[in-house]
Design a protein around this ligand. Structure first.
Ligand SMILES: O=c1ccn([C@@H]2O[C@H](COP(=O)(O)O)[C@@H](O)[C@H]2O)c(=O)[nH]1
Length: 238
């Protein structure tokens, strides 16, 4: 898996193309297309990125009844993207339905199915919010490990979690299970709505499989420089 994934959170295709052109990256990092861009630009942005040679992480965080998720995943399985997300809180049957839908869609299109990644607890949730808003009595680590174990049983290839939980997850799951971590903030950058953050170097040291970085790159005055600095920090501690 590519190790620094760029979250292309912009409002339209023109803005997406501008960022990609500014990045001007020879190493073609995986590009994360999330709800904001996909709802604005749809499949057109996926096709354009693929034509430029970028692997795609489609972060739509499906969360619905299993039948609906399976049918949505069937459609998305035909897009030739490398990763798709669901919410682990949708349960084991829903996650397995997503895996099955992706496999069936990809089979119909004659391509490899995307890998399923399950979002555990969003990195915008603090330990206090877990207790006071979700009424979860487990610690954040235990809750994330429990959701990750459910995701593994469901056939997911990995999870989305904060780098803060990676050490606990590595002890509980097979080494091949992907731990993809947003909530990345280079030292000194604004955390914004993220609650459980680490720097790229800390995430690498903890054992993240890959980091997801959005605003520290897309809102930088020089996105290409910001991206290169993050890659440098990540690789020097890998
Ligand atoms: O728990 C999660 C799951 C997904 N995300 C996504 O990652 C990026 C992070 O962007 P930043 O600008 O670097 O904060 C964004 O697209 C989220 O939708 C997450 O942050 N946390």
């Amino acid at each position: 898996m590519e190790s620094v994934i760029v979250a292309l959170d912009v409002t339209n295709l023109v803005a997406a193309k501008q960022i990609i052109q500014q990045l001007d990256s020879q190493d073609k990092p995986t590009i994360k297309v999330g709800m904001e861009l996909f709802y604005a630009a749809g499949v057109e942005v996926i096709t354009w990125l693929q034509q430029q040679g970028y692997p795609i992480f489609l972060d739509l965080k499906l969360h619905d009844i299993p039948n609906t998720v399976e049918k949505a995943a069937f459609q998305l399985g035909k897009l030739n993207v490398q990763y798709l997300t669901v919410h682990a809180l949708g349960g084991q049957t829903m996650m397995t339905a997503a895996v099955n839908g992706l496999a069936a869609g990809a089979r119909q299109a004659g391509i490899e199915p995307p890998k399923l990644l399950a979002v555990t607890e969003l990195t915008s949730i603090s330990p206090a919010m877990l207790v006071n808003e979700q009424h979860v009595s487990l610690s954040m680590d235990k809750q994330v490990v429990s959701l990750a174990q459910l995701a593994a049983k469901s056939g997911a290839a990995g999870v989305i979690c904060s780098p803060q939980e990676v050490v606990a997850l590595r002890m509980a799951l097979p080494a091949s299970f992907l731990l993809v971590t947003p909530g990345i903030r280079p030292a000194g950058s604004a955390t914004g709505d993220q609650q459980r953050v680490m720097t790229p170097a800390q995430a690498a040291q903890a054992g993240s499989s890959a980091i997801v970085v959005g605003r520290p790159i897309t809102q930088a005055s020089n996105p290409a420089f910001a991206y290169r600095q993050i890659v440098k920090e990540w690789t020097s501690h890998e």
